[in-house]
Design a protein around this ligand. Structure first.
Ligand code: FES
Length: 111
């Protein structure tokens, strides 16, 4: 068990905080393991499905950083729900730097 903290709001608006997240675990894995509504992770973390789409809290955006080109292209395909702080959850791996990270799961109905 790790000791990093992540707060996630699911598609139903329910907010949960996980306080024992291990370094290296992706937000998709975390969401899936804990049954966070809206995190499907259909492609298993391959940056190929966007069912792990999250909105990063504005205060965390600088630390999390921009998506790379491949990730951006995937996000762009779900453009109707894309925001400036959109990222794929499987591409965000937890690290001590991200301790306390807050994200909101993006709506998945239009995938
Ligand atoms: S799990 Fe498929 S893109 Fe993240």
């Amino acid at each position: 068990m790790g000791n990093l903290k992540v707060t996630m709001t699911d598609v139903n608006g329910e907010t949960r905080t996980f306080e024992d997240v291990e370094e290296g675990v992706s937000l998709m894995e975390l969401g899936k393991q804990n049954g966070v509504a809206g995190i499907m992770g259909d492609c298993g973390g391959g940056c190929a499905c966007a069912t792990c789409h999250v909105y990063v809290d504005q205060n965390w955006w600088d630390k999390v950083g921009e998506p790379d080109d491949i990730e951006f292209a995937m996000l762009d395909m779900v453009a109707d729900v894309m925001k400036d702080t959109s990222r794929l959850g499987c591409q965000i791996k937890m690290s001590p730097e991200l301790d306390g990270l807050t994200v909101t799961v993006a709506p998945s109905s239009s995938y």
